[in-house]
Design a protein around this ligand. Structure first.
Ligand SMILES: [Ca+2]
Length: 574
């Protein structure tokens, strides 16, 4: 153990905080240990590496850009390529399989694939709350298979460490009438929630507004305690739903087609220093000249941009509330995304309404207490209209349900390959903005150290000066896998470690400059990430020894974490 770690330990012991995480804190972390920071963790859904302004996008995100200008941006931060496993990993500091969510929400019978957070892990709020943190969450949960109104709730937010929760238990749905909308432990509708009655319900605004509301409540209830707040937006997951006032800002802004915006984004990313000049751009998906429904296709991206714009406005309102309370300077803010741009085809079929519309026989207006029973069509709006899709329907309003498709996802993932689901860089690369006044050595700077979701738990434990538990309620808790990011705030790189991925049989391992990756059912590819992070020049054939070495590391990790071969078959219960 280093001398500075000992210093940290004795310092915290003097403060009565006990043992700390293994990762070395920085001088400036120590400076404020007497007043523990608030932690605001913000995550968005199904967005590409280059969507937000400070990562080269044309979407207007002035509030995130401001946080980046005064904070640092990671150039190589990673998620797990999919909603549920990312949330499981983020909340627990473990790889998703270790947390019981190796895939999505189905129970496949294996411990790593229960579709439910394991009881041998702890969540960030479960670690921070006993140490005196207030904890609340707004937005998408998506780490339990138990979604029945009267079913088990032991893995719902309130039973996993949060004092307050407003959001959705499942992963997607209408932004005007989300299925599984919940306040604390009770399902609600946009029309029967006594605590939140906006003129126009729109889920992104509802998440932002309730986050502000919780901040106000915390201020009144216990202003001397720090808080941990998790804000998990569903922007910009399908369906492309946005308010007309936000869509209007982007009208005509995507008429030049896919290749133009990819080139623009690539140039801005290079100029910002977020990607290397020498890397080749990944292959172009889609030819704009051949697109039949150009107006519809452009509208899909206009709505997508509007969804992100609305989220940024909400982040602005949350930041403004922190400033009003005078707590902004003592708040560590982290912003990241859960997986890369999404190539799924939901709602894009030509004849989809032949199936969706006739399936809705009851067209009565829903009662204010009537829960939305569906998260995907066939379904109806609260007003009783059937929800429609396909290229004859312009996305945005509540009676539409359309994804923006592969070609725009390729733009959003500029300059990388692949999409959500896959573990090439386009599936797993996310912005990470870290903002913490007085603790960032080079405001506006970039951090090139590879980082992963597993590091967020370690960072929270470190900056809060709390102990990560070994046992909870008589159960042994798995040690956290990540490293605190706090040293990077001061410009110090993290020690080199190995990072792993597996999702639906897509596999990868990264060690230093090397990444070994495979897209199921294909074989291993090897890339030098320093020279070729866009994964365009496979070196597997010429570097057989490196392939063997990384493959052995991957296999040992997969074995340790209970990863099963894909496709997964349900294990027979004894
Ligand atoms: Ca997602």
């Amino acid at each position: 153990m280093s001398a500075s770690n000992l210093t940290r330990r004795s310092f915290l012991k003097a403060l009565g905080m006990g043992a700390v995480a293994l990762n070395m804190p920085t001088a400036s972390t120590l400076a404020s240990s007497s007043k523990r920071p608030n932690i605001l963790l913000i995550m968005s859904d199904d967005m590409g590496f280059s969507d937000i302004g400070c990562y080269g996008g044309e979407v207007r995100t002035p509030h995130l850009d401001r946080l980046a200008a005064d904070g640092i941006r990671f150039t190589q931060f990673y998620n797990t390529a999919r909603c549920c496993p990312t949330r499981a990993s983020l909340m627990t500091g473990l790889y998703p399989h270790q947390a019981g969510i190796g895939h999505m929400m189905e129970d496949r019978g294996f411990p790593a694939y229960r579709g439910n957070l394991s009881d041998q892990c702890v969540t960030i709020p479960e670690v921070l709350r006993p140490a005196g943190y207030r904890t609340c969450m707004c937005g998408k949960w998506h780490v339990t298979q138990h979604i029945d109104k009267d079913g088990p709730k032991h893995n719902w937010p309130l039973q996993r460490g949060f004092e307050k929760f407003y959001g959705t238990i499942i992963g997607a749905g209408s932004f005007y009438d989300p299925m599984a909308l919940c306040r604390d432990n009770t399902y609600i509708t946009p029309e029967n929630d006594p605590e939140y009655r906006p003129e126009q319900f729109y889920y992104t605004d509802a998440i932002s507004d309730n986050a502000v509301k919780y901040l106000r409540a915390l201020e009144q209830e216990a202003s001397d305690k720090p808080f941990f707040m998790y804000v998990a937006y569903t922007a910009a997951h399908w369906p492309m739903h946005a308010l007309e006032k936000d869509i209007a800002k982007y009208r005509g802004k995507f008429d030049r087609g896919y290749a133009y915006y990819r080139a623009q984004r690539g140039a801005r990313l290079k100029q910002m220093g977020l990607i290397d000049d020498d890397w080749d751009m990944s292959a172009q998906a889609g030819d704009w000249e051949k697109v039949e429904n150009k107006e519809w296709e452009a509208r899909c991206m206009e709505v997508y941009a509007a969804m992100i714009d609305c989220m940024d406005q909400g982040i602005g309102r949350i930041v403004a509330e922190l400033k009003r309370q005078g707590t902004f300077d003592n708040t560590l803010i982290l912003f990241l995304q859960d997986n890369g741009g999404c190539a799924e085809t939901m709602g894009r079929g030509r004849n989809i309404n032949d199936r969706w519309v006739p399936a809705i026989k009851d067209r009565e207006r829903m009662g204010s207490d009537e829960l939305q029973p569906k998260h995907v069509p066939p379904m109806k709006t609260r007003g009783g209209r059937p929800v429609r899709g396909g290229p004859d329907v312009m996305p945005g309003p509540d009676d539409t349900y359309i994804a923006y498709g592969r070609n725009w996802a390729n733009v959003c993932n500029t300059p990388f390959r692949e999409y959500k689901h896959w573990v090439h860089e386009g599936g797993i690369s996310t912005p990470l903005i870290c903002h913490w006044p007085g603790h960032i050595k080079t405001p506006g700077g970039l951090c090139n150290t590879p980082g992963h979701l597993i590091d967020v738990m370690a960072t929270c434990v470190d900056v809060a000066g709390v102990e990560y538990p070994k046992m909870v309620n008589g159960r042994e808790i798995q040690p956290m896998e990540g490293a605190s990011l706090a040293p990077t705030f001061q410009g110090t790189s993290l020690r080199e470690r190995v990072i792993y991925w597996e999702h639906e049989g897509n596999r990868a391992v990264r060690q230093g400059r090397w990444k070994l990756v495979s897209k199921r059912p294909g074989g291993w590819e090897l890339y030098d990430m320093d020279d070729d992070r866009t994964e365009m020049h496979d070196l597997a054939a010429e570097q057989a020894e490196k392939v063997r070495e990384l493959k052995a590391l991957y296999e040992a990790w997969a074995d340790r974490c209970g990863v099963q071969p894909w496709p997964l078959r349900r294990r027979r219960e004894n």
